[in-house]
Design a protein around this ligand. Structure first.
Ligand code: ATP
Length: 238
């Protein structure tokens, strides 16, 4: 079976041993969209992104990118196809400099893309200032910028962002979301996992709400922002 849409997940199931973390979710992302996956702790958001990237074994279901079934391909080949992943918890290489971390992001291309580096530095001037600093000594917000920057270095067509706002002060959250918008405006499609539902829905075109491995709700960002269920469960309103 093929699928001519840009990105499609069809009935994805992922288990950890006997734990069913993702229980048959289906979603799609159109080229150029920002789509967000919301949900509480343990809903299966990170697992879904890791399955897309080839980092978790898929038990059942399929993942298609530009018509091709990428469900079973290894993670370095997923990157080569044009999907890169900025993981939760930043995961930068602490004993390497900022710039070395960014160059590592180009590992599948085997060429140093100076233009891309300049774009990342334009998006995050702080990283440019600190390019010779060891990544392990950066603040949490700066490490988050670096993780996103590194994912961009492979010139992705689609960027997977796992909780880019986690643990950041409100001003920094705003700055990170502004950069995600700029990345999108340059033509990169974005799949954004977030617990910060309000900020994510303000930025995204559409969203899916995951609850214990299922999609509980889906819709345009406006629909979700005004949905009673989302307001109660994720936006702290009654
Ligand atoms: P969070 O926002 O807390 O990261 P999440 O929505 O990203 O939550 P996942 O990390 O995908 O959720 O976890 C989904 C379920 O799978 C949870 O019940 C979690 O405990 C379980 N899980 C995740 N990783 C593993 C693992 N490596 N081994 C066993 N169980 C796991």
């Amino acid at each position: 079976m093929t699928n001519d849409k840009f990105f499609v997940i069809d009935n994805l199931k992922v288990n950890y041993g006997s734990i069913q973390a993702v229980k048959g979710i289906s979603l799609d992302v159109k080229k150029g969209e920002i789509v967000t996956i919301l949900g509480a702790n343990g809903a299966g958001k990170t697992t879904t992104l890791r399955a897309i990237s080839g980092l978790e074994k898929v038990k059942d279901g399929s993942i298609y990118f530009k018509g091709e079934d990428i469900t079973k391909i290894p993670s370095h080949n997923v990157v080569k196809k044009g999907i890169t992943h900025s993981p939760e918890g930043r995961r930068v290489f602490g004993t390497l400099t900022v710039e070395e971390n960014l160059w590592l992001g180009t590992y599948t291309k085997k060429t140093f893309d100076k233009e891309m580096l300049n774009w990342v530095y334009e998006l995050f001037p702080r990283l440019k200032e600190r390019r010779k600093q060891l990544a392990g000594t950066l603040s949490g917000g700066e490490q988050q910028m670096l993780a996103i920057g590194r994912a961009l270095m492979n010139s992705p067509e689609m960027l997977l962002l796992d909780e880019p706002s986690l643990g950041l002060a409100p001003l920094l959250v705003k700055a990170i979301f502004k950069v995600i918008k700029e990345i999108s405006e340059e033509g990169v499609t974005v799949l954004l996992v977030e617990q910060n539902a309000k900020a994510a829905l303000k930025l995204a075109d559409r969203g899916y709400v995951l609850e214990v491995g299922h999609i509980a709700l889906e819709g345009s960002s406006d629909e979700l922002l005004t949905s009673e269920k989302v307001q109660e469960a994720y936006l702290g309103k009654k």
